[in-house]
Ligand binder design. Structure first.
Ligand code: UT7
Length: 325
């Protein structure tokens, strides 16, 4: 029996039109461009328009990914959206996107793993396709974090942005060594209180605002991300030298460069978009991937490493050989 491979054949990204610079934030909270750049690497972020929803962002990204793969929406069997900023409490943002795309054959649901949402959704889609639950999936990370920020809290409102990224996954019997090579997820709810939203349907009945003890999250980040990266490399029987590109979650340039240093990767092997996108939570990895594929840095057949950590805490990593033979 030939091995089943779950290929990542296309990617699309979408950023809302409105750009908010660090200087723009200086008039809103007690901060400075210098502090934000030095502590985070962020220079600007994109913010949704009043009437723009997470589903709109997701749809734009999904349409680009479908076009890149030469597929119609009706070819898709599975839509998973990783988001912590859904349009509504229910139904899922994924069912709305399914309808907007016209993906009438797909099942659709959301996954909530905050900033690790993309690696979680990727792992779930990979497992479902491998188990024969369909042949083609769209995995989308889409967020409107601007809607859950406390715009008077300088320690959080400067960090996040809005956007969406989508990848197409396709099951193949004829592509050994391509696609998702390994994936590993972790959760530890003991750390809930260092990164959370202070509201929800069954607690306050309100949407709530994001709260974070950033320096505590920071301390977990590099340690947990480098451990899980070692785990996926071992699962795939690969060495770090074989990775062509690290495409990390874009929370803070210091976390990204900490990982880069631990892994011994040069600047020519790490995708960094945090300066332009800020932290777009579940959207950050597919957005970074779409930027690097669009500008020609990432090419068909290259080995990519994804890693992310987010509120929960939840974290994970995946290794993917991009494209198809
Ligand atoms: O994506 C999900 C995972 N999230 C993350 O990975 C975020 C991880 N954490 C971080 O990226 C960093 O911890 C931050 C960027 C959030 C903060 O950087 P830090 O170096 O850990 O700073 P800090 O929180 O220890 O704060 C240092 C100082 C404080 O002042 P004092 O108490 O030393 O006087 C803050 O009040 O910086 C102050 N500060 C600010 N100053 C100017 C906090 N926010 C700001 C601000 N502008 N926006």
């Amino acid at each position: 029996m030939p091995e089943t491979s779950i290929l990542m054949t296309s990617v699309g990204g979408y950023l809302p039109e409105r750009i908010v610079t660090n200087e723009d934030l200086v008039s809103m909270v007690d901060t400075s461009d210098e502090w934000i750049r030095q502590r985070t690497g962020i220079c600007q972020r994109h913010i949704v328009a009043e009437d723009e929803k997470t589903s709109d962002l997701a749809c734009h990204a999904a349409r680009k990914a479908l076009a890149g793969a030469g597929l119609e929406a009706t070819d898709i069997d599975l839509i998973i959206i990783a988001t912590s900023t859904p349009d509504d409490t229910f139904p899922s943002t994924a069912t709305r996107v399914q309808h907007m795309l016209g993906a009438t054959s797909a099942i659709a649901f959301d996954v909530q793993a905050v900033c690790a949402g993309f690696v979680y959704a990727l792992d779930i889609a990979d497992a479902m396709l491998r188990a024969g639950r369909g042949k083609r999936a769209i995995v989308i990370g889409a967020e409107s974090f601007s809607k859950i920020l406390d715009w008077e809290d300088r320690s959080t409102c400067v960090l996040f942005g809005d956007g969406a990224g989508a990848v197409i996954l396709e099951s193949s019997q004829d592509a050994d060594g391509y696609g998702v090579l390994a994936s590993k997820l972790h959760s530890d709810g003991a750390h809930r209180d260092i990164l959370y939203v202070d509201g929800g349907p069954s607690s306050t009945g309100q949407v709530g605002h994001l709260r974070m003890e950033g320096n505590k999250v920071f301390r977990h980040a590099v340690e947990k991300l480098s451990t899980v990266m070692d785990e996926v490399l071992e699962l795939a029987s690969m060495k770090v030298e074989q990775i062509d590109w690290l495409v990390p979650h874009q929370a803070n340039i210091r976390i990204i460069e900490g990982m880069q240093k631990k892994m011994g990767l040069g600047d020519d092997r790490v995708v960094k978009t945090v300066d332009r996108h800020a932290n777009t939570s579940a959207a950050s990895i597919p957005l970074a991937l779409s930027a690097a594929v669009a500008d020609g840095r990432i090419e068909n057949g290259q080995i990519l490493a994804f890693e992310a950590i987010g509120g929960g805490l939840v974290w994970g990593a995946a290794l993917v050989r991009f494209g198809r033979p």
